[in-house]
Design a protein around this ligand. Structure first.
Ligand code: 5GP
Ligand code: MG
Length: 194
């Protein structure tokens, strides 16, 4: 049998100071989240899941397979970090196009909720400009912080402390998104601080 993927023999895994969630733990939680969303949206026929790129890619791919309902999927790309480890507070929409959400029940997915600027900006724009039937939010990780924006996710996977995490879609400087686990990087792998 193959060695477990969360062993310490892989170079990228070696960059982690601390492992927070294994691949199996993430998958198990997604099954529960999928069941919760399936139950809540069972009677509705117009579900659209919109993921926030790049961070929400893996989360979307795995979560939608645990939601047993007809749905459409879409994505939106925004920037807030500009390479460092602190949220800038300014959300830049990278495309002019917004998804077609008219008369749809929308769930916006993101990898992690921190200050709330990102989810706040996106859910408000969708409500104001896209005529959806409803807009809810879903994040894999929710940081335990006092948020700048008064927003909480309607669905979330795990809570994390106020530290910078990578893996499973979450990057540092564009890298580590392909790490199957989530963890905290060793200090020597931060090339600069924002
Ligand atoms: P917010 O706008 O809520 O402050 O932050 C949301 C965005 O910041 C997320 O989409 C994510 O891209 C990024 N982010 C926040 N905290 C972390 C973190 O600990 N690690 C990584 N890699 N990205 C984070
Ligand atoms: Mg993001």
């Amino acid at each position: 049998m193959d060695a477990p993927r969360n062993d310490a023999t892989r170079p990228l895994y070696d960059h982690l100071e601390r492992l927070l969630f294994t691949e199996a733990e993430i998958k198990a939680r997604l099954v529960e989240m999928g069941a919760q969303i399936t139950a809540e949206y069972e009677d509705r026929r117009q579900l659209t899941i919109v993921t926030i790129l790049q961070g929400g890619m893996l989360f979307m791919a795995d979560l939608i397979r645990e939601i047993h309902l007809p749905m459409k999927v879409d994505s939106i790309s925004v920037s807030s970090y500009h390479g460092g480890t602190e949220s800038s507070g300014t959300i830049t929409f990278n495309e002019n196009r917004l998804p077609d959400l008219k008369d749809r029940h929308v769930i916006v997915l993101d990898d992690i909720l921190d200050t709330g600027h990102t989810l706040h900006a996106i859910t408000n724009r969708f409500r104001d400009e896209c005529n959806p039937l409803s807009v809810k939010s879903c994040v894999l990780l929710s940081k335990k912080v006092d948020r700048a924006e008064k927003i909480e996710a309607d669905f979330y996977g795990f809570e994390v402390e106020n530290e910078f995490v990578v893996g499973y879609g979450l990057d540092y400087n564009g890298e580590y998104r392909n790490l199957p686990e989530i963890g905290v990087l060793k200090p020597e792998f931060y090339t600069h601080e924002a």
